[in-house]
Ligand binder design. Structure first.
Ligand code: GLN
Length: 493
């Protein structure tokens, strides 16, 4: 029997359809791999094996009775631990949510369950999705499966590491400023940040509501398209969702090769001239551009002058929204309450002081400051205006080209501890991803090579709002020539 954990999400579904695997055997194969590598990778915060086995046996019974909920009924999927799954912990990797059990399913989880997909394990993250290395987790860091001394990226580092280590067929992450794409890039997998409003945020613990989007982390572009089709669509529970109906992205991949012919791919000067861009990353992304050219695309030089304001603008808007969103963690309603508190004020103070980690506190302080009267106009209001300029820049550029090609991150995965003491250096890890969230557009990171040291390098394709089909088609066409799909870190097993 071949090792089932080597299968992509689509291949696992195909094995179920062909009868060469059962849902139970998929779950058992994942558990065996998890037992073998998880002590070193630490991708998961929790995994309810009993629930997964019950779900997989129920899926097998449905399929045997000819009542499968669809092609993906019985395929397990890892879930970032900031998404609510009924009856399971949802810690956001924060001590303040220790002991909290979700009372409902996030919309994406409900949609996946309706298709028979099995939530399988909760993956580690930077606390409340704030960070770029998963070192800010309140429960310890995750390792990069390609080099255990390095970070997997963040904040969805657990999801990316689980997928890269063969501990999951695919996973869900969330992306506020790069948290799906940057860890995908560091771990040699695919990560898709959908257009703002395409996927419901209901049941995603909010970090910065105007920037957050849920998306897939996978080993193939096809899997990303399949999962997007499953989770996207309007939701009455989230008034920021767009009216667009989901679906059709996976089917559109059949035309991937044809769609690249004549495609105009913009190379933004600012993204390739940044100080701090690793020469190996630059070369790999430029070579990917040449490959796309061979496939029939035209490379167009473009300019996004406001790119340099991305990080500054993001850290005002994201922290402002976070300071409001995190006010609900008061020691009363969810999870942790400090036992030493004698009265109400102390309950708030001590629970928040001991429940939140240092990065979360730093952001609450910064966000409260930029929203305070006297500073609001100078910081928050101005940041909103710059956000509009950034969005306008992308609108203009998407008049000159169909997609934009850039690095996902300036460097391959860095060493654990290397940037932990320097928040500014850490913030710059997202210099290429953040503007996409500010503009509300879509983007994908996919592998485009390895460094001389054996570390994965990711490239980023960006598309206009609701441009997912074309984005995925171009990514798929590149993937087919690059021979980098579905790579699993061996981990000596
Ligand atoms: N690294 C960025 C931050 O720390 C983005 C995080 C994210 O996308 N959730 O805020």
């Amino acid at each position: 029997m071949p090792d089932l954990t080597q299968l992509s999400f689509a291949q696992a579904a195909a094995a179920l359809a062909a009868g060469t695997a059962s849902s139970r055997s998929l779950a058992d194969a994942l558990f065996a791999r998890i037992d073998a590598v998880e002590p070193r990778v630490k991708a998961y915060l929790s995994l309810d094996r009993t629930a997964v086995l019950a779900d997989s046996e129920a899926a097998d019974a449905r399929r045997a009775a000819g009542q499968a909920r669809g092609p993906y009924d019985g395929v397990p999927l890892a879930i970032k631990d900031n998404l609510n799954v009924t009856g399971q912990p949802c810690t956001c990797a924060s001590k303040i949510l220790a002991g909290y059990t979700a009372g409902y399913d996030a919309t994406v989880i409900a949609k996946l369950r309706a298709a028979g997909v099995i939530p399988c394990g909760r993956t580690n993250l930077d606390e409340f999705a704030m960070g770029s290395s998963t070192e800010n987790s309140g429960y310890g860091p995750t390792a990069n499966p390609w080099d255990l001394e390095r970070v997997p990226g963040g904040s969805s580092g657990g999801s990316a590491a689980a997928v890269a280590a063969g501990e999951a067929f695919a996973a869900l992450g969330s992306d506020t400023g790069g948290s799906i794409r940057q860890p995908a890039s560091f771990c040699g997998v695919v990560g898709l940040k959908p257009t703002y409003g395409l996927v419901s945020r209901y049941g995603l613990v909010a970090f910065a509501s105007s920037l957050d989007q849920i998306g897939p982390i996978t080993r193939t572009v096809e899997d990303a398209a399949i999962l997007l089709d499953l989770i996207a669509g309007p939701d009455p529970q989230d008034s920021t969702t767009l009216p667009e109906q989901a679906g059709g992205c996976a089917a559109a991949l059949a035309d991937a090769a044809a769609s690249v012919r004549g495609l105009r791919i913009g190379l933004p000067r600012e993204y390739f001239e940044t100080e701090g861009l690793d020469p190996e990353v630059r070369r790999a992304v430029e070579a990917a551009g040449k490959e796309l050219e061979k496939l029939g695309a035209t490379l167009v030089p473009v300019s996004v002058p406001t790119q340099k304001y991305g990080v500054g603008t993001y850290y005002i808007i994201a922290t402002a929204e976070a300071s409001a969103n995190l006010a609900r963690f008061d020691g009363i309603r969810y999870g942790f309450r400090d036992a030493a508190a004698q009265d109400l004020m102390q309950t708030y103070r001590l629970s928040r002081a001991h429940g939140f980690g240092p990065e979360v506190k730093r952001r609450i302080l910064l966000g409260t400051y930029v929203l305070s009267s006297g500073y609001y106009d100078a910081y928050y209001l101005r940041a909103q205006k710059v956000r509009t300029l950034i969005r306008n820049d992308f609108t203009r550029v998407f008049g000159e080209c169909d997609l934009i090609l850039a690095p996902t991150a300036p460097t391959p995965a860095f060493k654990r501890g290397e940037k932990a003491a320097d928040p500014l250096a850490m913030y710059l890890a997202d210099i290429y991803t953040i503007t996409v969230n500010l503009a509300g557009i879509c983007a994908i990171s996919l592998p485009c090579g390895f460094s001389a040291g054996g570390l994965p390098i990711g490239m980023q394709l960006m598309g206009p709002a609701l441009g997912e089909k074309r984005l995925l088609q171009a990514a798929q066409a590149y993937e087919q020539t690059a021979n980098l799909a579905n790579r699993i870190a061996p981990l000596g097993v």
